[in-house]
Design a protein around this ligand. Structure first.
Ligand code: 5GP
Length: 113
């Protein structure tokens, strides 16, 4: 089991206002937002990184579908948005429970930092 802050939120052990929840995932606002909209979509299953997605077949499809739904709810569908998955130290991952970042509400730049 991943015992991270996101695992505790996903299991309901820590209170956190959710923007979305279903049987396989939860979503909540990032504590340190990098854009006007910055939401994290997190699987309930214990998955440390994107390299372990085989543990729950179809989980990335599900997380991306949820991200699209939330983006629509947040009014981002027309202007666009960015979905990010960081992997490992060089990828900038700091919490080792898989999550998709949904970023929007401003124009994104490329390349990322
Ligand atoms: P990573 O760097 O692993 O891709 O992203 C982790 C994200 O989680 C960061 O953007 C960070 O601001 C956010 N974060 C870390 N701890 C908490 C927390 O306790 N609550 C919330 N809502 N976000 C958190």
């Amino acid at each position: 089991m991943t015992d991270t802050i996101f695992g505790k939120i996903a299991r309901g052990e820590i209170e956190c206002p959710k923007v979305y929840e279903d049987d396989r995932s939860v979503a909540f606002r990032d504590i340190n937002p990098q854009a006007p909209v910055h939401i994290l979509i997190v699987p309930k299953a214990s998955i440390e990184t994107v390299r372990q997605i085989d543990r729950e077949p179809g989980i990335m499809d599900h997380l991306f579908a949820v991200a699209n739904k939330i983006a629509e709810q947040e009014g981002l569908a027309e202007q666009g948005y960015r979905l990010v998955v960081n992997m490992g130290p060089a990828g900038g991952q700091s919490v080792y429970h898989l999550h998709v970042h949904l970023l929007g509400g401003r124009a994104m730049t490329w390349p990322p930092g």
